[in-house]
Structures are given as structure tokens and as C-alpha cells.
Write a protein that binds this ligand. Structure first.
Ligand SMILES: Nc1ncnc2c1ncn2[C@@H]1O[C@H](COP(=O)(O)OP(=O)(O)O)[C@@H](O)[C@H]1O
Ligand SMILES: CC(C)(COP(=O)(O)O)[C@@H](O)C(=O)NCCC(=O)O
Ligand SMILES: [K+]
Length: 270
């Protein structure tokens, strides 16, 4: 592992870590303010054990492979996770604080609600106002809504784009495995080859479903904000701009909703 010494003392540095199902999402908070965010792949058990032992943490806004911050003082690692096996591994870190639903000031949450959904919802509400609907286009795609009184209304969970393509590619005898990132424009609706037919099926169904959820939410909360986040949020928003420009203009895209929520909870600001 590469070592990188940092000029700043660690008292004013907090590292946020959101463990998602596909990747790790990192945030550096400096002087109680969100400074930078980046994503990496999941780390191996031995890498995490080594970090805990040597009191080092990755600080690498520009790379998918982490560079490690070494320090004599314990750095506070603020952890939220939707992957219990990973939570266990990271809890071996010396100075770790785990964010749970108990920390989130949203009323009426059910006990198994994902902490990523709760944090993003709180971050969106605090930033844009309540009520708000959050669409998170990650490994799973989720809709999560909260009302004027910061009470959870609920939402929905379905497979995200890559999960949909992977399930077709891996569970059939002759369908190809498509790469989500290679699909940048809307496919023809009625396709004449297999790849385009998969794209059409997944994307138009997703767009119709998204439009329906947004319409349904706005019929309940006509003045609500709608925020979109997650690894594939720009892809979905891009398709939506062609498919239904009026709905697309209502969407606020923000990759850091979860960390905006984390910042509010830790410091009372983003
Ligand atoms: N650099 C990248 N590496 C991996 N996945 C990426 C990348 N950029 C975008 N993605 C997309 O993001 C999706 C995962 O979304 P993300 O919100 O990061 O996941 P999670 O929070 O569930 O781990 C992947 O399915 C993939 O399609
Ligand atoms: C729905 C999720 C799998 C989304 O995870 P992600 O795609 O962000 O990795 C996660 O929020 C989760 O495990 N939720 C628990 C069930 C629920 O929210 O009802
Ligand atoms: K997510």
C-alpha cells in the first residue's frame, strides 16, 4: 500500500464511508464541511485489517485505488453501510462511528429501511426542503419519499440498470451481457437485434416506471422536490431528457446526497 503524508492535523478531518452493494463511497469533511468525495472498489479483508492495525485511511479524491493517509492521531471514520458483512470488517477500525437509523431525524421509518436511503432522504430534505422524493440509481434502484413533516411516506426497490442487464446476461443461454456504461443514448423502441432489444426492454420499462412513480408522488405532494442520485443517475436522467423532457427538468441531480445527509447529522451542515 502506498503511504501519503498529509499536512493537516487529523482533528479537523473526518472521513465518511458509505458502503454500498457495488462500491465504497468516501467523503472527506474538513472543518465540519464536506470537502470532497470519491468512490473505490470494496477492499479485501486483509487490507481492512491492515488499515485498522496501522491507523491509516484512504484519501484519494482522484483515483479508484485508494492512497492511504497515515496518522499518529486516530482519524474519525464515520461509517454507514447496507452490507452487513462489510460493516463487521470496518468496525475493527480503532476510531469508528456507525450511523444507524436512530441518528436520522425522519419520523416513521421502518426498522429495516436502508441507511443509505434514510441519509439521502435527509440530505435532500435538508438541502432542497421537505417534502422530497429521492430516486437512487445504484445497485438497486430505489424511490423514497418523505412529507412536509419529515415523516417517511415509503418507497420502492427494484434492480438497478446493471443488475437488470446482468440478470439477463447471466441467467440465459444466449443473451449477451451488456455493459450499462456503454449505453449512452435511447435505443430504438422496436429493436431488430438482440442487444438493442435488451436495451429497449430494460430502458423503456424503467423510464415508464420512473415516470409513473414520479407522477404518483406528485399527485400526493404537488409541490415536492425530486432528487436523483446514485452511480447511474446521470444515465437515467439523460434518457429521461429525451423520453419526457418536462419530467426531466423537475429532477435535481446530486451525487452527494448521502454525504450531505451525513454532514447535517454530524455537524448540522453539509
Ligand atoms: N466507475 C464505476 N465503477 C463501477 N460502477 C460504476 C462506475 N460508474 C458508474 N457506475 C455504475 O454505478 C452503479 C452502482 O451505483 P452506486 O450508486 O455506485 O452503487 P452502490 O451505492 O449500490 O454501491 C453500477 O451498477 C454501475 O452501473
Ligand atoms: C435497497 C438497498 C439494497 C439499496 O442499496 P444500494 O443499491 O445503494 O447498494 C439498500 O438500501 C437496502 O439494503 N435496504 C434495506 C431494505 C429497505 O430499504 O427497505
Ligand atoms: K445507493
Amino acid at each position: 500500500m502506498k503511504q501519503n503524508t498529509h499536512q493537516q492535523t487529523t482533528e479537523n478531518l473526518w472521513l465518511g464511508l458509505m458502503i454500498g452493494n457495488s462500491r465504497l463511497h468516501w467523503a472527506l469533511f474538513v472543518d465540519n464541511t464536506l470537502n470532497s468525495t470519491w468512490d473505490t472498489e470494496h477492499l479485501s479483508t486483509s487490507d481492512i485489517q491492515q488499515l485498522a492495525k496501522t491507523n491509516t485511511l484512504p484519501v484519494s479524491p482522484s483515483s479508484t485505488r485508494p492512497i492511504f493517509l497515515s496518522s499518529n492521531l486516530p482519524i474519525t471514520l464515520v461509517l454507514a453501510s447496507v452490507v452487513p458483512t462489510q460493516t463487521k470488517l470496518w468496525q475493527t477500525y480503532p476510531n469508528v462511528r456507525l450511523i444507524t437509523l436512530n441518528h436520522i431525524p425522519i419520523k416513521g421509518m421502518y426498522p429495516t429501511l436502508g441507511i443509505d436511503r434514510a441519509l439521502a432522504l435527509y440530505g435532500a430534505g435538508q438541502t432542497y426542503g421537505f417534502p422530497v422524493l429521492v430516486i437512487d440509481v445504484g445497485t438497486a434502484l430505489t424511490f423514497t419519499g418523505v412529507d412536509h413533516q419529515q415523516r417517511l411516506i415509503g418507497g420502492a426497490i427494484l434492480p438497478g440498470l446493471s443488475l437488470q442487464f446482468n440478470s439477463l446476461g447471466r441467467n440465459t443461454g444466449q443473451l449477451p451481457l451488456l455493459n450499462t456504461r456503454s449505453i449512452t443514448s435511447l435505443p430504438p423502441r422496436f429493436a431488430m437485434n438482440t442487444k438493442e432489444a435488451i436495451k429497449s426492454g430494460v430502458i423503456y420499462t424503467l423510464l415508464a416506471g420512473t415516470k409513473d412513480f414520479i407522477g404518483s408522488w406528485l399527485s400526493l405532494f404537488p409541490d415536492s422536490k425530486i432528487a436523483i442520485t446514485g452511480g447511474d443517475c446521470n444515465l437515467l436522467r439523460g434518457y429521461l431528457q429525451n423520453y419526457d423532457p418536462e419530467i426531466a427538468t423537475k429532477l435535481i441531480a446530486e451525487r452527494n446526497l448521502i454525504f450531505l445527509g451525513m454532514g447535517k447529522i454530524l455537524f448540522g451542515n453539509g
